[in-house]
Design a protein around this ligand. Structure first.
Ligand code: PHE
Length: 319
């Protein structure tokens, strides 16, 4: 009996055995009932057996209960040698990265960063930029007009007006910001980013402009040299106006000339509109699309990818 009790593994089995010994029809219960017929020695022996068996059951019950608790704890055990959960680190959006890179390059050239509002008035977005009402050049940009006559800024050129009005000349500034136009295809989104540079002083020439553009593109694309093509163009706020193409090497666009920037010598009317005497001061301005430049640098085909907000794309795009 003692061995049997010690070998029991579950509380149910132990309970069953206990009943078969101490229950109403249990073997011990029967013996105890006959106790009065026993002599003293036998009585004492039976008593001892009774006590011993009860003790054994009690001990085994405690042991089994303990084992159950231990098994439970074992399951919850923390194993500090396991690999940690993979870390979910955020990264900068490729456009934000490009924006930081471009700012750093222009700042290293001595351009100071300026900002302006995204909802612009007609004066800063058009009129002061030598594009008065009914000027045909207003049609060059598909503008979002607000009911009160303001517009969603179509070009960061508005920032150069604000900077000249606030600080006068000489001035060497750049602006980076969101701009809006009603257009949407693989290379245009209704909201995009532009970068604008402006340098006005007493002896600034077109060759300063081209020198800075070349130096900037070399740094941004991390190239030893860049092949540029300067074409005459038209913007109301610059004269002469140019467009800059870069000869692209590598990828699908290998060997192609790509238009990347508009620029020119700031029109005397623009300077006058900002209270600056064009006979004393002159300089250049340039402007380009940040999204397009980032797209080229990172080899993307579709500009819209930047704005889809697809985390898998951002994670796998290799930025
Ligand atoms: N603002 C012009 C555009 O959006 C670009 C530009 C900027 C051209 C500065 C010349 C000088 O197309």
């Amino acid at each position: 009996m003692q061995e049997q009790i010690k070998n029991i593994q579950t509380l149910e089995e132990l309970q069953a055995l206990y009943s078969s010994v101490f229950g109403k029809n249990g073997s011990m219960t029967a013996k105890l009932r006959e106790m009065k017929n026993l002599d003293n020695d036998a009585r004492a022996a039976l008593n001892a057996e009774n006590v011993m068996l009860r003790e054994l059951f009690k001990t085994r019950q405690a042991e089994i209960e303990n084992a159950v608790i231990l098994a439970g704890l074992e399951k919850q055990k923390l194993d500090p040698t396991l690999n940690p959960m993979p870390e979910n680190r955020g990264t900068l959006h490729p456009l934000t990265k490009s924006l930081c890179e471009i700012s750093a390059i222009l700042e290293s050239f001595g351009y100071e960063m300026r900002t302006g509002p995204e909802i612009e008035d007609d004066w800063h977005n058009f009129t002061a930029l030598n594009t008065p009402a009914h000027h045909p050049a207003r049609d060059m940009q598909d503008t979002f007009f607000l009911e009160n006559g303001n517009v969603l800024r179509t070009q960061t050129s508005a920032i150069q007006i604000r900077a000249m009005e606030a600080d006068g000349v000489p001035i060497k500034m750049f602006g980076i910001g969101v701009t809006y136009r009603k257009e949407m295809d693989a290379t245009h989104t209704p909201m995009f980013h532009q970068v604008e540079g402006l340098y006005i002083d007493k002896k600034i020439t077109m060759s300063d402009l081209i020198g800075d553009i070349r130096a900037f593109l070399k740094r941004f694309f991390e190239l030893d040299d860049v092949e540029l093509r300067i074409r005459p163009s038209y913007f109301p706020f610059t004269d002469p106006s140019i467009e800059v193409d870069i000869k692209w090497h590598g990828g699908k666009l290998d060997g192609k000339w790509l238009e990347i920037m508009g620029a020119g010598m700031v029109h005397p009317n623009v300077l006058r509109n900002c209270g600056i005497n064009p006979d004393e001061y002159q300089g250049f301005a340039f402007g380009f699309g940040l999204d397009r430049l980032a797209m080229l640098k990172y080899g993307l085909d579709d500009l819209r990818e930047f704005y889809n907000g697809d985390v898998r794309w951002l994670r796998n795009s290799g930025f």
